[in-house]
Ligand binder design. Sequence first.
Ligand code: GLN
Length: 449
Amino acid sequence: MTSYITEFETKHKPEDYYKKVIDELKCKNVDLGAFNNFNDDLKNGFPFSVKDNICVKNVESTASSKILRTYLPPFNAEVVDRLQKSGFGFLGKTNMDEFGFGSFGINSERIARNPIAPDYVAGGSSSGAAIATALLKYHIAVAESTGGSISAPAAFCGVVGFTPTYGAISRYGLIDYANSLDKIGFMARSVTDIRRILDITAGKDKKDPTSSSRHIGGDQKMQLTVIKELMQRVEPKIISSFDKFISKLEDFGYTINYLSMPEIDYALPAYYVISMAEASTNLARYTGFKYGFKVKDFSKRYNDFFTEAREQFGTEAKRRIVLGTFVRSASVKNRYYMKALKVRQLLINKLNLLLKGGFIISPTMPIKTPKIDAIQKLSPVENYAMDILTVPPNLCGFPHVSFPYDYFGEMPLGAQLVTSHFNDHAVLSFVEQWEKSFDYKFKYNIGAL
Ligand code: GLN
């Protein structure tokens, strides 16, 4: 299979290669809003970009939030350290929905645009990571998913997005959204390259007590399960192309099992209760004293001081602080937060049983790539409902991959494959097989280099 890392290592690069890439990217970035900053000193190594909620030493890391502007972390995230020690070169920080709150890349100071057609969304929250991957052949994106932030933009931009088992990759140096859900993962043009960087970056890190030392395997299964309730949420036009894809897989020897699981409908509300509860505590640390934005006037009264600082949050962040604080408050905690935790455990048990038999497969998103102005008209709840397919594996910490399987007009369509904990290599092998058997290629020639 194509490994762009290997190709890059064996091909001689002209002296000004990195400068040329960065200059072209800067030019495209004016319209697309993919990067928050660039590393002009990059001189060697296979380039990797880093989502802006992952810390790179002495590089502004803001999670695309005004409240963190000017924050320079004095350390590298573990994943960044491991990549640099293996000879990869840091290219720049990528744009995202503020703190990871969103699915379309529009909850940021700069709206991210789809590189295939700029009136369309790039997806979110790892919007910039997906745009960078669509633009650059020799590149991997370090991204992060809490509830679908790698799958969604990967699907809308036509690239491969991989989210590992919760705990497989250290979260040290990640600006937390919801600690029990956050996973650092990757996007790339080649799934073979994702496999390689997974091996480099996975494994126990003493600095992250939730990181795991468990071996990552790849049990192959020839059975695919489609959950009926999930398919009921998918746009009919997508269903017909997905059905064609499924029958190609049948020709290839897979058996398809259609199964009903009514409980799956509770994944979305449980996810939003848990993620907002955790987000509201994580955002409490931004007070105007310590990181980034600082209130200068210490003569202000208590409420005025903190209002000035916290006024820097965007609308979606404020909404989540209010809702998250509410669902975990003493009087309603049992009704929302505790119940959501029970739903999560129930779903882990149910889905685990199902995954013993094979993979779960679905389209990645219930709609085809939407236009930016259409998404801007949605209510918050309509927005959250778009995560119906990407939330279940994220809520349960299951490894999953989104990969392009077809096109709708010019725009790509993504499918999402899920497997059981610590079987991450299984979903990557599946995509490798699919690319090989059906000769799938990234068809867009939009790249910088
Ligand atoms: N769209 C989801 C949310 O807003 C997921 C985002 C993410 O994975 N960071 O919570």
